[in-house]
Design a protein around this ligand. Structure first.
Ligand code: HEC
Length: 115
């Protein structure tokens, strides 16, 4: 019986070890290699339709920054939690982006902010 338990333990350890070492290849998530989500095609219209009323070239209504250029939007994603704010529904304050619009913003970030 003791022998059996020791063998089982050994198999468990081997099993766990093989599981964890196999996961190395899974680290890179390629969202959709043929994706055409770029700032020009997709992101610009999401932002101009929903955000520029306050985050315009000259921000208004208390908005702290502009979202009117590629760099503005990219900087807000990397430094101002833009994605979290649209996901938790606090931006825009008067409604929500659609699930697709939010997904497009995330894909844009994952793919390295294509222009
Ligand atoms: C009705 C005006 C209004 C609209 C429309 C609006 N915002 Fe805002 N936004 C604000 C105000 C005011 C603040 C500052 C208060 C706060 O952080 O909640 C803000 C803050 C933010 C912040 C946080 C900035 C920081 O440095 O903490 C982000 C990110 C943001 N907005 C993104 C967006 C995005 C993206 C949209 C469009 C999807 C949007 N906002 C639409 C008014 C607006």
């Amino acid at each position: 019986m003791k022998h059996f338990l020791r063998l089982t333990g050994l198999f468990m350890m081997l099993f766990i070890a093989s599981c964890s070492s196999n996961s190395d290849d899974d680290d890179i998530i390629v969202d959709n290699p043929t994706s055409t989500i770029t700032y020009t095609n997709t992101i610009n219209s999401i932002i101009s339709g929903n955000c520029l009323g306050c985050h315009g070239t000259t921000p208004s209504n208390g908005a702290p920054m502009s979202l009117s250029t590629y760099n503005n939007v990219k900087d807000a994603v990397t430094g101002r939690n833009l994605i979290a704010r649209v996901e938790n529904g606090t931006m825009p304050p008067n409604g929500n982006l659609t699930a697709t619009q939010i997904q497009n913003l995330k894909t844009w970030q994952t793919n390295g902010f294509p222009q």
